[in-house]
Write a protein that binds this ligand. Structure first.
Ligand code: NAD
Ligand code: IPM
Ligand code: MN
Length: 342
């Protein structure tokens, strides 16, 4: 039986990078794809960003592959209007995907494509382990005409389960990033992480880094990091920053895991409305997310490695989309990668 994958192209460049990703997957295996509208496209079709039917299909799939959602068409400050991003948050919560893994390993072929100096990024190989279903994203929200609030809340249990993922993923060091000098949630975070470390992972080095300092060190000494363990919003911000180590936000994939059901695999970037419809989106983060799906979602390690090595070889041969300083369009990038899978 072929693996059943629910695909959610979403909005903006989403459909432009999803179609090539399915070609890449088709080159390494036999999969059954079931596509659903999601995000803004689902708001237009059904009035909500994630329908019950789509969520149910995702729950029943072997893995969920998502491109990106959002765009100016649905941007509003009206608290009652539906938003594409609600679909994404609802899906992560609905599948209980509390562990978001964002590997940041700049490819040698792209060392000179980063705005940072080669000698600074060389050898960087870190993993952002972002808590994905708690914190300020999911706390109570209030809004009147002249005031608003977003509650940031964490339980010890939520902190411990994501910390365990980080300790298990680390080679030798976990850098736990918080704002314990100001936030109560961060002080609980630090306590729980320290306690788990001494009980179960004493052989792993643990350091606590304040988030502002972590943001600085990420670009001044990225090689220092192994696993970066952090809460939902800090992880969101730090991973876009870390993407620039790889040359472009168009390079960074992610895997969201932790529930009993399927994992969710998506690039870190958004729907890039500024370049949507031009055929110039970099599809590589999407391809690398498909590779993470093969590895973590479907346990197809050699197929995952084949996709990653095809991406790497295409870049070594000079493939560069505009975000990487080149002139290749999405189609050309796709052909360059497919050439190494035939
Ligand atoms: P973005 O990541 O969409 O774009 C930021 C910049 O990076 C833009 O200049 C864009 O052109 C460029 N970029 C992003 N991906 C690229 C790619 N694959 N190839 C080439 N260039 C690329 O962030 P934004 O502009 O802040 O957000 C746009 C919309 O996307 C918003 O509605 C936001 O909520 C949404 N968003 C969705 C996701 C997701 O679906 N997972 C993630 C982030 C943002
Ligand atoms: C991401 C995105 C999402 C997030 C948005 C679109 C809700 O920025 O996946 O990084 O903040 O988690
Ligand atoms: Mn983000």
């Amino acid at each position: 039986m072929p693996h059943r994958i629910v695909t959610l192209p979403g909005d903006g460049i989403g459909p432009e990078i999803m179609a090539p990703a399915l070609q890449v997957l088709g080159a390494v295996g036999d999969f059954e794809f079931e596509e659903h509208t999601f995000g803004g496209a689902s708001i237009d079709a059904h009035g909500v960003a994630l329908t019950d039917e789509t969520l149910a299909s995702c729950r029943g799939a072997d893995a969920v592959l998502l491109a990106a959602v959002g765009g100016p068409r649905w941007d509003t400050t009206d608290p009652h209007a539906p938003r594409p991003e609600q679909g994404l948050l609802g899906l992560r919560k609905g599948l209980e995907l509390f562990a978001n893994l964002r590997p940041v390993k700049p490819l040698p072929a792209l060392y000179d494509a980063s705005p940072l100096r080669r000698e600074l990024i060389e050898g960087t190989d870190l993993l952002v382990v972002r808590e994905l279903t708690g914190g300020i994203y999911f706390g109570e929200k209030t809004r009147t005409a002249t005031s608003a609030s977003d509650v940031c809340a964490y339980t010890a249990e939520e902190v411990e389960r994501i910390a365990r993922v980080a300790f298990r993923s680390a080679r030798s060091r976990v850098s736990s990033v918080d704002k314990a000098n100001v936030l109560e949630t961060s002080r609980l975070w630090r306590e729980v992480v320290t306690d788990l470390h001494s009980r179960e992972f004493p052989h792993i080095l643990l350091e606590h880094v304040l988030v502002d300092n972590a943001a600085m060190q990420l670009v001044s000494a990225p090689r220092h990091f192994d696993a970066i363990l952090t809460e939902n919003m800090f992880g969101d911000i730090l991973s876009d920053e870390a993407a620039m180590l790889t040359g472009s936000i168009g390079m960074l994939p992610s895997a969201s895991l932790g529930g009993d059901g399927p994992g969710l695999f998506e690039p870190v970037h958004g729907s890039a409305p500024d370049i949507a419809g031009q055929g110039i989106a970099n599809p590589l983060a999407m391809f690398l997310s498909a590779a993470l799906m093969l590895r973590h979602g479907l346990r197809l390690e050699s197929e995952a490695a084949a996709v990653e090595s095809a991406v790497q070889r295409a870049l070594e041969e000079g493939l560069r989309t505009p975000d990487l300083g080149g002139g290749a369009g999405t189609d050309e990038a796709t052909r360059a990668v497919l050439a190494h899978l035939e």
